[in-house]
Design a protein around this ligand. Structure first.
Ligand SMILES: Cc1cc2nc3c(=O)[nH]c(=O)nc-3n(C[C@H](O)[C@H](O)[C@H](O)COP(=O)(O)OP(=O)(O)OC[C@H]3O[C@@H](n4cnc5c(N)ncnc54)[C@H](O)[C@@H]3O)c2cc1C
Length: 318
């Protein structure tokens, strides 16, 4: 028996969450006293996994660089059976949430998404999952023998551990063609909220869409993604893919800067997984300050240009 970790790739490289997912798989395999192996598609980026304790890494190459859901599901299911795996570890990305339930169904397993800890195995297999947009946790006892775990973003930190990782390449030229993705047109060239380490977000305090240069300029200097509160996308000042919160996207960035956002519970629910929260608001009583790590009481139209100037000075001097 072994634990299999599904490592996601993008443009031939391992996605940045690979170390968290690999470390989770290794920690779980140690707890169960089994080995941890990994699988990925279409990459030559194979060195890094030996830094995180993986001992076998199989890469299926088709020369086809796009996410290919049904083929991935078929190949991973066959791999799980051939290698007598009982647990598959995936991330909580959109791609993993797509294939996770399909694999569980085909493999006759249980799918547990948003898992935030290594499961307890004292008596039965119990997973702790975040639910209600990170406002609560649930504990689920799993009776199935085969389990697909979706690890919640940023809930398990990478643990460096050198291993002698054997890499094996499999050719996928004979894969069954269910669909063929010919090309992907990205909606925007900007960083997406899901991928960004830093997110700069604006709310109604910015008064109008014509003032969004403040958010964009600050995001540019920080290499950040831009985001907004719900009313901003409802009013059409920004597109809905930037809307953060309970009814929008969750953000699990390293730094979240909220400018002119009051901090309503529905907004804050979406950023619970962000590490450092900075709030810029001209009202010292704004609720957002209660959940902020750093706060600046001031007018965004004064503070943000000064911040951009200081960051530019810092960048050019370093
Ligand atoms: C069912 C439901 C679901 C919802 N889901 C979401 C969600 O997912 N995401 C979300 O964001 N909201 C959501 N909302 C709406 C939420 O309740 C708030 O109404 C919304 O978040 C407020 O947006 P805001 O902070 O941009 O605006 P406001 O509440 O109007 O706050 C603007 C803030 O800007 C400050 N400000 C004003 N001028 C300046 C200035 N010059 N400089 C600095 N600061 C300034 C003000 O002090 C104020 O704090 C939901 C509501 C409901 C009922």
């Amino acid at each position: 028996m072994s634990v299999l970790v599904f490592i996601e790739t993008e443009n031939g490289l391992l996605k940045k969450n690979f170390s968290q997912i690999a470390s989770y798989g290794v920690a779980l395999s140690k707890k169960l006293g089994v080995k941890c192996i990994a699988i990925a598609f279409n990459t030559d980026d194979c060195e890094k996994l030996s830094e995180f304790g993986i001992t076998e890494f199989t890469v299926f190459n088709s020369g086809h660089k796009f996410f290919d859901c049904l083929n991935y599901v078929n190949i991973i299911c066959n791999f799980l059976l051939e290698n007598h795996c009982k647990i598959l570890v995936t991330s909580s990305s959109a791609d993993s949430k797509y294939i996770g339930p399909l694999i569980a169904n085909k493999w006759d397993g249980h799918y547990a998404p948003n898992v935030v800890e290594i499961p307890s195995t004292d008596k039965n297999f119990v997973v702790k999952q975040s639910c209600y947009t990170n406002k609560a946790f649930s504990y689920t006892e799993i009776y199935k023998e085969r389990i697909v775990i979706g690890v919640s973003n940023n809930s398990f930190m990478p643990v460096k551990e050198k291993s002698d990782c054997k890499v094996k390449f499999e050719n996928l030229k004979d894969r069954i063609k269910t669909i063929e993705v010919l090309s992907v047109d990205k909606f925007t060239g900007r960083k997406t909220i899901a991928d960004a380490d830093i997110v700069v977000s604006g709310g109604r305090g910015l008064k109008g869409p014509e003032n969004w240069y403040l958010i964009e300029d600050l995001a540019e200097v920080l290499g950040a993604a831009t985001a907004c509160s719900k009313p901003i996308s409802d009013m059409g000042w920004r597109t809905h893919d930037e809307h953060v919160g309970q009814t929008g996207k969750p953000v699990s960035s390293k730094l979240y800067i909220a400018i002119g956002i009051s901090g309503a519970i529905q907004h804050v629910a979406g950023i619970a997984k962000s590490k450092v929260k900075v709030v810029i608001n001209n009202d010292p009583e704004a609720p957002f300050f209660k959940s902020a790590d750093f706060g600046i009481v001031g007018d965004a139209f004064d503070v943000v240009p000064k911040l951009i100037q200081k960051l530019n000075e810092f960048k050019s001097s370093s």
